[in-house]
Design a protein around this ligand. Structure first.
Ligand code: BEZ
Length: 258
């Protein structure tokens, strides 16, 4: 039954499937874009830009935007929008003092070495620059994660070891920002139950390689059906649409001017 009990594999992104099942991610990114308040001519790094849907909105404000993402497929999709987008590891950013702001939406929870990410963001910013982001926070998708883990455990697989995300509390993330020299301006946990466009199985197939690849291909369909059966009472809305119990961690932090 188990295919791989080792460390979580890298998520593979299929831009077409992402657009179909995750288009809402960029659409729901407007509040954090508002918090960023980009100004024309500012140089802004979009960390974990994905297929560039929100990067494009950022660039439309007149900011000069560079997008980075670890997925070559997503970067190809972002470049196809005419964006300056580059493949890079968020935990090893190579920029030095060149951005007025670093922005990130729905990406930091995939980066499992937050201190290395924060250090790279700090290096990338000019003195006086800002780091403005939204990510999954403590309790994010809690019911889905619990069901995905339990489904693996019923099959004799270490489900907790499969979790590929880091969903911090505000206290945790604030401490890490301060330890690197940032001055947090605001940081808050925001529950945001989110209707998704397709079935819950599509959501997990889009985002949950770490769980599914623990199973042999022939076992995945039954695992997904079981997951939906168990979560239907809690997460299916009266109109028949699925809603995921998202919780956002949104923050803005400054790099001191000197
Ligand atoms: C999120 O944006 O919070 C998220 C998306 C997919 C998987 C896990 C978390």
């Amino acid at each position: 039954m188990a295919r791989d009990e080792g460390s979580a594999p890298t998520q593979h992104w299929d831009p077409a499937r992402y657009r179909r099942n995750a288009g809402f991610v960029a659409e729901l990114g407007m509040p954090v874009l508002d918090l960023l308040a980009p100004q024309p001519g500012e140089r802004i790094l979009d960390l974990g830009c994905g297929d560039g849907a929100l990067t494009e909105k950022l660039a439309a404000t007149g900011a000069l935007v560079v997008g980075v993402d670890q997925s070559p497929e997503q970067i190809a999709a972002a470049r196809a929008r005419g964006l300056d987008a580059r493949v890079a590891d968020g935990a090893a950013l190579a920029f030095r003092g060149e951005f007025d702001a670093v922005f990130s939406n729905a990406a930091l929870h995939w980066m499992l070495d937050p201190d290395a990410v924060i250090a790279g963001v700090h290096r990338a910013l000019k003195p006086g620059g800002r780091f403005v982001a939204e990510m999954g926070g403590a309790g994010n998708a809690k019911q889905v994660v619990a069901a995905a883990v339990a489904g693996l455990e019923r099959r004799g697989i270490d489900g907790r070891a499969a979790i590929p995300w880091y969903f911090p509390t505000p206290e945790d993330y604030r401490g890490r920002l301060e330890a690197r020299g940032f001055v947090p301006r605001e940081i808050a946990l925001i529950p945001r139950p989110t209707p998704i466009p397709g079935a819950l199985a599509d959501w997990l197939e889009t985002f949950g390689d770490a769980f599914l690849t623990r199973l042999a291909p022939d076992d995945r369909h039954a695992y997904l059906e079981e997951l939906e059966d168990r979560l239907r009472p809690a997460l299916m809305q009266p109109d028949g649409k699925w809603s995921v119990d998202y919780v956002r961690l949104r923050f803005a932090a400054m790099k001191p001017a000197n």
